[in-house]
Design a protein around this ligand. Sequence first.
Ligand SMILES: *[C@@H]1O[C@H](CO)[C@@H](O)[C@H](O)[C@H]1NC(C)=O
Length: 391
Amino acid sequence: MAERRSWFFFFIACAVSVWGAKAEFKFTVPVGKLFTYELMRETFQNDFEPLSKLYAGNLYDDPIIFKCKLQNFPDLPEWIRFTQRHPYDNGFLYGTPMVPGKSIIEVWAVNKRSYQTTRQIVVIKAVEEKILPYQAEFFIKLREIEKVLPPAVQSEIKADLQRLWNTEALEIVNITNALDRGGRVPLPLAGHFEGVYVKVGSEQYFSNCLLKVLNPEHSRQCSGADKGAKVKVPGECNFCSIPSNCITWCKTQLFDLSNPTPAPPAPTMGSGIMEEGGDFDPPESPPSRDYFPDYIVTVIVPLIIAIVLCVLLAYVMFCRREGVFQLYHHHTIHDNADELRNMAADRSGPPPLSTLPMFNYRTGERAPPLPSDSIPLILAQQEPHSDPEPR
Ligand SMILES: *[C@@H]1O[C@H](CO)[C@@H](O)[C@H](O)[C@H]1NC(C)=O
């Protein structure tokens, strides 16, 4: 029995390792070039229920979200970014490595319908390569990062920029969401987009079109927040074939990295021992302060005012006519309330004094009934009934 169970576990282990090996993807990226990897929802969907399509014929399209992190670490490496607009959209891992090295990325996919999870391993090996000496950054206003990262769109954009640069030897160096660079979240209206920065690099020097950016005239035209948006790409340099890929001319920047700035000189090391500089001179203790006036103002004065107010109130309440009357009024309300309470305990008691037609407050003595009391008030109404008219 135990042997059979261990065999069972052995098979499970084999299956898992085969499965795990299958869900591993390896990439080699040159340093300084953009790396993009699209996390396909379809692939992960097949991992969740691989047999349901074959046997039960169920085709699911579940919302899937991704969690990506460096293996054994809580977060992604600094140079990789992840984006997924919506659980029904594919996710993207992208970024530009700047130092050679290997990163093992764990991608967890969570099925938001069944809450199953599945894992993929992405191994990215960054290899040393020369940094492209001439680089330029363009701003594409009518785009969002997820719409630009698919390889087809990247090559469309690259084709336009190749014509602008007048060279085939062009590589995309970086793609950045404008929101990551201080851009604003657009209004949720048609025709408003976040915007994307695309940085490209080449071995070849900038074309004449690109050099126009360095003209003093360019900066004059583009100065002023509002004017900049309206400046068009000079006619002979406008190569944008798809309107949404057109660049904002005023936000174009050139970077010449061909003669790198020398690194600042290293700081000179000292002996590690502080120089001698006299004795420590502690500051004098501050002069003592008299707190008595403060005490008078904050404690004694309010106390005196409170006592005066108390005396005044007592005088008004006990020595003046209105006060005495108020106190008396208060007492009668109190007594009536007490009486009602007692009555509630005993239903067969006498009716409350305050409901009697007339009585003395203090003694409870009733006034003699008025002569009018004896006159039946409803007599006049009863008369027609007692003596009906003959018909
Ligand atoms: C790419 O863009 C990101 C975001 O702006 C920035 O942090 C990163 O340094 C850039 N990388 C390169 C190689 O320019």
